[in-house]
Ligand binder design. Structure first.
Ligand code: NAD
Length: 284
């Protein structure tokens, strides 16, 4: 299927990256968030990224301007009616995402594909609230989106081959590598990554080591580019907690129980880089 116009729902860190890479690849982007402030902040971030790329001669001034012009922010979900592909990247909460899929389904053209950037939630369940389950798919981009090569493609039980093919083709057009996995909690990426992050939080909670020491062990000892706690701060501690809860509920296995310290940080609003404080402090 030919995709010209992509609607991105959500203007947090992931939605911003997803809007940027699609505009950069030549797609028209309609960008929606319920918070106008988030769209403004996201647009500023994209403009700064374009400027940086221009300084490095990766983009001409004209190309940068054209790219920005392809992004149209909106506070009207009904503009889903213009999209061939809708990529949802709102908060990792099943009820919120189901509501969005339910609302957007009747607004989108019959041919449109609905994709979710969920890190862990069931694509099959999100598809079940729409009248087009064969056209629903998971497109799990990695953070930061403009830099990371992988997109995990997740097929729900009803996802059609043509939908998966289009998802893969779009990822390739963005210069990404698509890897297809089946629809189980956390898919592959977060089923493997998140228990490691949770265990790192337990190490701090139980006084085994400081956050710095835990991260240094993993960067210097295991060659990880970023320690698990710095990575958790980058992902967002609320998102990490949501994912652990999905793994815990989905598998019913106590090995996935979220660390109480992670819960406390989220309760305190210490969500990591996006709020200025998590396991580390960040200046704006
Ligand atoms: P975020 O907290 O930075 O942004 C979430 C955005 O969703 C906010 O702008 C918020 O205003 C918006 N939003 C919430 N409810 C909404 C609604 N009902 N309608 C419209 N907008 C709404 O979160 P994020 O880190 O960008 O994560 C977004 C999604 O991407 C989640 O599903 C997350 O699991 C997934 N994801 C995150 C990462 C990561 O490293 N953070 C990586 C891969 C995937």
């Amino acid at each position: 299927m030919n995709i010209h116009t992509v609607m991105v729902i959500g203007a947090g860190q992931m939605g911003t990256g997803i809007a940027q890479v699609h505009a950069q690849a030549g797609y028209h982007v309609i960008w929606y968030d319920m918070e106008k402030k988030q769209l403004e902040k996201g647009m500023e971030r994209i403009e700064r990224n374009v400027e940086r790329q221009r300084e490095k001669n990766r983009l001409s001034e004209g190309e940068g301007k054209e790219m920005i012009k392809r992004i149209h922010s909106t506070s009207h979900l009904r503009r889903a009616g213009e999209a061939d592909l809708i990529v949802e990247a709102v908060t990792e909460n099943k009820d919120v995402k189901k509501r969005i899929f339910h609302e957007v389904d009747p607004l989108a053209p019959p041919h449109a594909i609905l994709a979710s950037n969920t890190s862990s939630l069931s694509i099959t369940e999100l598809a079940s609230v729409t009248n087009r389950p064969a056209q629903v798919i998971g497109m799990h981009f990695m953070n930061p989106v403009p830099v990371m090569k992988l997109v995990e493609i997740i097929r729900g039980l009803s996802t059609a081959e043509e939908t998966a093919e289009t998802g893969r083709a779009v990822c390739e057009s963005l210069g990404k590598t698509a890897i297809e996995v089946n629809d189980y909690p956390g898919f592959v990426s977060n089923r493997v990554l998140m228990p490691m992050i949770n265990e790192a939080v337990y190490a701090v909670y139980e006084g085994v080591a400081s956050p710095e020491a835990v991260d240094n062990v993993m960067t210097l000892g295991m060659n990880h580019p970023l320690g698990p706690l710095a990575l958790a701060d980058l992902i967002g501690l609320d998102t990490c907690l949501f994912i652990m809860e999905t793994l815990h509920d989905g598998f019913g296995d106590d090995k996935y129980r979220p660390c109480p310290l992670l819960r406390n940080y989220v309760k305190a609003g210490w969500l990591g880089k996006k709020t200025g404080r998590g396991f580390y402090f960040y200046s704006s």
